[in-house]
Design a binder for this molecule. Structure first.
Ligand code: MIC
Ligand code: SF4
Length: 650
């Protein structure tokens, strides 16, 4: 029986477990990446693990999220990461060099290799045929130390692409279509593999847009084959030698199949406040009883900031002026992109049209500026439109292609880009401008002792952990509904992001989007439990969404279902992840009830996966699942992955 590409790469990297769907496996990690918002913690954890030099083939630390230096904290973090990277064998991409996923694709990614990154959009690397997975910082720290990375051996979904995109219909519309069909929870436990004749009509940047936003499906990752198109892209990056062909066997067996005829797709948008709330322009107009007037357009983010995107945007803006009622900002994805835009004259076209050019970084995507006006309608080429993420609580964010964004910035309305008529052929250059002067190599091993690690006063250590208690009796400090995102649990934005290396401070903002009083309440209770609905923890890989609750004394999270990375982060933090056996029991618990998990330690030790919670307030017994495998069980018993790893390394 033939294998999928996913299975081939996973099997070639298998170091623990059996390749059986649904079972946990450990894989060897060839490359890692971190960004600054998760990186400080990841490197503090790496230091705590105590391995002197990274044991990966390539580890890169990027600075792209916290680039607004309003106070000393962010630059202190940059200097910490730069120095720790130099010491321990990690390449350092300086602020200004670009968004981690864009730069990694351009300069470091290699087909057939494994990559984990402390950012949920790491699957961007799937655009060149890597198995690239988003993970918590601690998982990345362990992988840098040479440890395996653990995932569930996935189901593989075949997305069969046929036909060719029509003019002005974009790769973004492909992934929006997949999201419309599969939803934000449809990808959990699965890898999305793109195959079929349509694949070769898509360039690498287009493929990367699709694999990038596959994160919004909840999928483990997404992957394209590595073919002649990939080869040309890598050659144009001056890296032709790292290319290899990667593809599924002809008789590969998939768990599910989705057919997409690229020729049949039309421009679409993900409407507020979820990436799967996808509608066509016509449907949105019908709902609004006419054209949708807009206030803001933001182009950029790791989803849509490639040179190809910028070429299209510049073409649309050429000789035009941004509509008087609209603000347009553009953040090119990397120094390479920005440099080439300047050389090719695209930048002056954009400046002339009235675009506000931002630095090559995440910027507005993570709420670092460009929050829309109150109630404002903002079209963004990004990947997430969760409530409040833009920095404006009642902002209405629509996720769209760069083509749709650019034309709408001119008309002032959500506009179908097909109204532009004929589309010229946009061809990527044969050679990209390569100048890696903003990537700092690590010090030689012999010199590492002389590198001083620079620690600012905002950098605080990992919160205290303790082995799992014999029994847990604790009140419910918060009850929340379905689809809670990590932006609810641990909001980002310009005010809060600088606190990423200071858990005591950042925890004061935990869940404040849902309930202002939560941090104080949880702290004063000493220990407590959170109850939630389905797909709890979707979105980001930020382990702060587990570390802040840990600091606030959360002992267990009981929900209908979890998002993959967040569940792993809870386990890594030593917090029990529990799910209802009967979802209806969710309704029987109220905030403030006291829950008891008697003899929980002993039960987990002997491998019981079904436990009973007694609601001491109502007397009701509630069966819950605590599905931990050998390794995750030991992590929970030890009080988290850090303690477990330290033990294992002794
Ligand atoms: C995001 O897009 O939410 C982020 C910011 O890139 C996060 C990481 C973080 O919270 O630092 C992600 O996607 O993992
Ligand atoms: Fe940065 Fe936004 Fe991409 Fe996250 S989704 S890595 S914040 S650009």
């Amino acid at each position: 029986m033939g294998l999928t590409l996913t299975e081939k790469i996973l099997r070639a990297h298998l170091v623990d477990g059996e390749p059986v769907k649904g079972q946990e496996i450990g894989i060897r990690i060839d490359q890692t990446l971190t960004q600054d918002a998760t990186g400080t913690m990841a490197y503090l954890e790496f230091e705590a693990i105590g391995v002197p030099r990274v044991r990966t083939e390539r580890s890169v630390a990027y600075i792209d999220h916290n680039t607004l230096q309003n106070g000393f904290m962010n630059m202190d973090d940059h200097r910490f990461i730069g120095s720790v990277a130099k010491k321990h064998g990690i390449w350092f991409s300086r602020p200004g060099n670009g968004i981690c996923h864009q730069v990694h694709l351009e300069r470091f990614g290699i087909p057939g290799k494994t990559l984990i990154g402390s950012d949920s959009h790491t699957p961007t690397g799937g655009g060149i045929g890597m198995i690239a997975i988003g993970a918590g910082g601690l998982d990345v720290a362990v992988a840098m130390g040479g440890g395996a990375y653990y995932i569930t051996y996935p189901q593989v979904v075949k997305v069969e692409l046929t036909g060719k995109l029509s003019p002005w219909v974009a790769a973004k519309d492909v992934i929006l279509e997949v999201l419309r069909r599969m939803s934000v929870k449809g990808g959990v436990g699965k890898v999305i593999e793109y195959v079929g004749e349509g694949v070769k009509t898509l360039s690498v940047p287009e493929r990367a847009t699709i694999t990038n936003m596959g994160a919004e499906l909840g999928a483990t990752t997404s992957i394209f084959p590595s073919d002649e198109v990939t080869k040309s892209f890598l050659e144009a990056q001056g890296r032709g030698e790292v290319w290899s062909e990667q593809k599924a066997d002809d008789d590969a067996v998939y768990d599910e199949t989705i057919q997409i005829d690229l020729s049949a797709l039309v421009p679409q948008a993900a409407c507020p406040h979820s990436p799967d709330n996808v509608k066509t322009v016509a449907e949105i107009e019908a709902e609004h009883g006419g054209k949708l007037k807009i206030d803001q357009v933001c182009i950029g983010s790791c989803t849509n900031s490639s040179l190809l995107d910028m070429m299209k945007v510049a073409h649309i803006l050429k000789g035009k002026t941004v509509h008087p009622d609209v603000q347009l900002s553009i953040a090119p994805g990397s120094k390479q992109v920005l440099n080439m835009m300047a050389d090719m004259g695209l930048l002056s076209v954009m400046i002339d049209a009235g675009a506000r050019i931002l630095e090559s970084a995440c910027g507005p995507c993570i709420g670092m500026g460009q929050s829309p006006n109150s109630g404002g309608i903002s079209l963004r080429t990004f990947n997430r439109n969760f409530l409040g993420r833009s920095g404006t609580k009642d902002g209405q964010i629509y996720l769209v292609s760069p083509e749709l964004a650019a034309v709408s910035a001119i008309t002032g309305f959500l506009t179908d880009p097909r109204e532009l008529g004929d589309m010229p052929a946009f061809v990527l250059p044969d050679k990209f401008t390569v100048h890696d002067n903003m990537i700092v190599p690590p010090a030689d091993e012999a010199d590492m002792d002389s590198v001083e690690v620079l620690r600012g006063p905002n950098i605080k250590s990992y919160p205290e952990t303790a082995p799992l208690e014999a029994s847990i009796t604790a009140p419910v400090s918060l009850k929340v509904e379905d689809n809670i995102t990590t932006d609810h649990i641990m909001p980002a934005g310009a005010k809060i992001l600088p606190l990423r290396s200071n858990i005591p401070e950042i925890s004061k903002h935990c869940f404040t989007v849902c309930d202002e009083a939560f941090p104080e309440r949880a702290k004063s209770l000493g220990k407590s439990i959170i109850v939630g609905g389905s797909n709890y923890g979707q979105g980001s890989s930020r382990e702060h969404a587990a570390l802040a609750p840990l600091y606030l004394g959360i002992k267990a999270v009981l929900v209908k279902s979890f998002a993959r990375i967040h569940r792993a982060n809870l386990i890594n933090a030593g917090i029990l992840p529990l799910t209802f056996v009967n979802e209806a029991d969710y309704d029987t618990i109220s905030q403030g009830d006291t829950l008891e998990l008697a003899d929980v330690r002993a039960k987990i030790e002997v491998g019981e996966t079904q436990l009973t919670i007694v609601n001491k307030t109502t007397g009701k017994e509630i069966p819950v699942l605590c599905e931990l495998t050998g390794r995750t069980k030991d992590i929970i018993l030890a009080g988290g992955l850090l303690d477990y790893t330290r033990e294992a390394l002794k």
